[in-house]
Design a protein around this ligand. Structure first.
Ligand code: ARG
Length: 400
C-alpha cells in the first residue's frame, strides 16, 4: 500500500518538483501524479513546463491561469491591510501560497485525488503555509512533502531525476534560491547567506540600480476606490495591468528593494532580498490616503490589526478564523478610502507629495494658523486640565 493513490502535485518545472514525480511513484507507491503549475504572473513560459511534467511522468499536467485571482483576492486585501511583515516585507511570496493551496484542493476534488503534494523542504515558511492552508480548506486531504523527507542534496536530486529521464538543468543553475510572481521576487542563498555581504547587483531583475536610474524625477498619481487601487495617472486600470505598469515605473527608478534579516516561523533567522516595486508603493500610498480619511482612533487601532494581519499571512494562517475576523475589521474601515495620492519617484526614493479625497477629514478652518482659524483656543485649557488630572493627582501624592 502506497501513501496515496492519486496525488495532485504543485509544480514549478524546477529540479525538485520534477524529481517529486518519480519519487512519489517509486518510493511512496503513488499510482498517479497530476501536476498543477500556477501562473501567478512570474513571467515563465508555461507550455514547456506543462510538457516537462508529462515527460517526468505526470499523467495529467494542469496549468492554472491565476494571476487575476492572485491580485484581486490576495494582493489587494493585503494592501488594504498595509501588510508588511516585520515592518518591511510586503509578503509577495507568502500571499501566493494560500492561493496555490486552494488550486490544489480544487484540482484534487475535480480529479478525485486522495492527496496533494508540494516540493517544500522542512526549513522554510512555505511548507507551513501549504500544509495549514490545505488542512483549512479540506482537512480530509493528505499532504505529501517528499523533499521534507528524502534527505537528498541538490546534486542527488538531479541524479535521481536523471534515472527517470528528467534532464539535468541545461545552464549552470543559479547559486540563489529565487521565488517570483507578479508582486515581486525573493532571493536567498549563495553569497547572500552572509548578512554582512552586500548583494551583488546582478541578482536584481525588477529594479534598476540607483546609478542607472533616470536623472530626473517622475510624478505618478494613484487613484483608490474603497481602499483598492483603481487608476494610474488618471487612467482606470484592471488590477493586473495596474500592478504590471507600476512595477515598471517604480522599478525603473530603483524603487522596491529590501535587504533584511527576517524571523521565519520555524525559528531560523534568514537574510532575504526582495524586490516588490508596485506593492511597496501601493502600501505607502494607501496608508497615506488613510491618514486623510480615517479618524484618529480607527487609524491608530488599525495599526495593531495590521501587525496581526501581517503575522497571520506570514505564518500560514490565511484561512483561519482570526484572519476572517481581522478581514471584517479591515473591510469596515475601507468604505471612505477613496481619492488620489501623488508620488515622486527619484533615484530609489518614492516620496509622497500630495493626497486628496472627497472624504477628507482634513479641515482647513481648524488646521490653519491664519486669520480664518475657527478653532476655539480657550477650550483647550479645560481639556488639558482634565486630560492631565490623573497625572497631577499622582504627582501631588508622590512628589509631595
Ligand atoms: N522568506 C520569504 C517568505 O517566507 C520568501 C520565501 C521564498 N520562498 C522560496 N521558496 N524561495 O515569504
Amino acid at each position: 500500500m502506497g501513501r496515496a493513490t492519486k496525488v495532485v502535485l504543485a509544480y514549478s518545472g524546477g529540479v525538485d518538483t520534477s524529481t517529486c514525480i518519480p519519487y512519489l511513484k517509486e518510493e511512496w507507491g503513488v499510482q498517479e501524479v497530476i501536476t498543477l503549475a500556477a501562473d501567478l504572473g512570474q513571467g515563465d513560459e508555461l507550455e514547456p513546463i506543462r510538457e516537462k511534467a508529462l515527460k517526468s511522468g505526470a499523467s495529467i499536467s494542469l496549468v492554472a491561469d491565476a494571476t487575476e485571482r492572485f491580485v484581486k483576492e490576495y494582493a489587494f486585501p493585503s494592501i488594504q491591510a498595509n501588510a508588511l511583515y516585520e515592518n518591511r516585507y510586503p509578503l509577495s511570496t507568502a500571499l501566493a501560497r494560500p492561493l496555490i493551496a486552494k488550486l490544489l484542493v480544487e484540482a484534487a476534488a475535480e480529479y478525485g485525488a486522495d492527496a496533494v503534494a508540494h516540493g517544500c523542504t522542512g526549513k522554510g515558511n512555505d511548507q507551513v503555509r501549504f500544509d495549514v492552508s490545505i488542512a483549512a480548506l479540506n482537512p480530509k486531504l493528505k499532504v505529501l512533502a517528499p523533499a521534507r523527507e528524502w534527505g537528498m542534496s541538490r546534486e542527488q536530486s538531479i541524479a535521481y531525476g536523471e534515472n527517470f529521464g528528467i534532464p539535468a538543468p541545461v545552464k549552470k543553475s543559479s547559486p540563489y534560491s529565487i521565488d517570483r510572481n507578479l508582486l515581486g521576487r525573493s532571493i536567498e542563498a549563495g553569497v547572500l547567506e552572509d548578512p554582512n555581504h552586500e548583494p551583488p547587483e546582478d541578482i536584481y531583475l525588477m529594479t534598476q540600480a540607483i546609478a542607472t536610474a533616470p536623472d530626473s524625477p517622475e510624478y505618478v498619481e494613484i487613484g483608490f476606490t474603497q481602499g483598492l487601487p483603481t487608476s494610474l495617472n488618471g487612467i482606470a486600470l484592471s488590477p493586473v495591468a495596474l500592478i504590471t505598469q507600476l512595477n515598471e515605473l517604480a522599478g525603473k527608478h530603483g524603487i522596491g528593494r529590501i535587504d533584511m534579516v527576517e524571523n521565519r516561523l520555524v525559528g531560523i533567522k534568514s537574510r532575504e532580498i526582495y524586490e516588490a516595486p508596485a506593492l511597496l508603493v501601493l502600501i505607502q500610498a494607501h496608508r497615506e490616503l488613510e491618514s486623510l480619511v480615517l479618524t484618529a482612533d480607527v487609524s491608530h487601532y488599525k495599526r495593531g490589526i495590521e501587525e496581526t494581519y501581517s503575522q497571520l499571512v506570514y505564518n500560514g494562517l490565511w484561512y483561519s478564523p482570526l484572519k476572517a475576523a481581522v478581514d471584517a475589521f479591515i473591510q469596515q474601515t475601507q468604505e471612505k478610502v477613496s481619492g488620489t495620492v501623488r508620488i515622486k519617484f527619484f533615484k530609489g526614493n518614492s516620496t509622497i507629495v500630495g493626497r486628496s479625497s472627497d472624504y477628507s477629514l482634513y479641515t482647513p478652518d481648524l488646521a490653519t494658523y491664519g486669520a480664518e482659524d475657527l478653532f476655539d483656543h480657550k477650550a483647550a485649557e479645560g481639556f488639558i486640565y482634565i486630560w492631565g488630572l490623573p497625572t497631577r493627582v499622582w504627582s501631588e501624592k508622590n512628589r509631595g
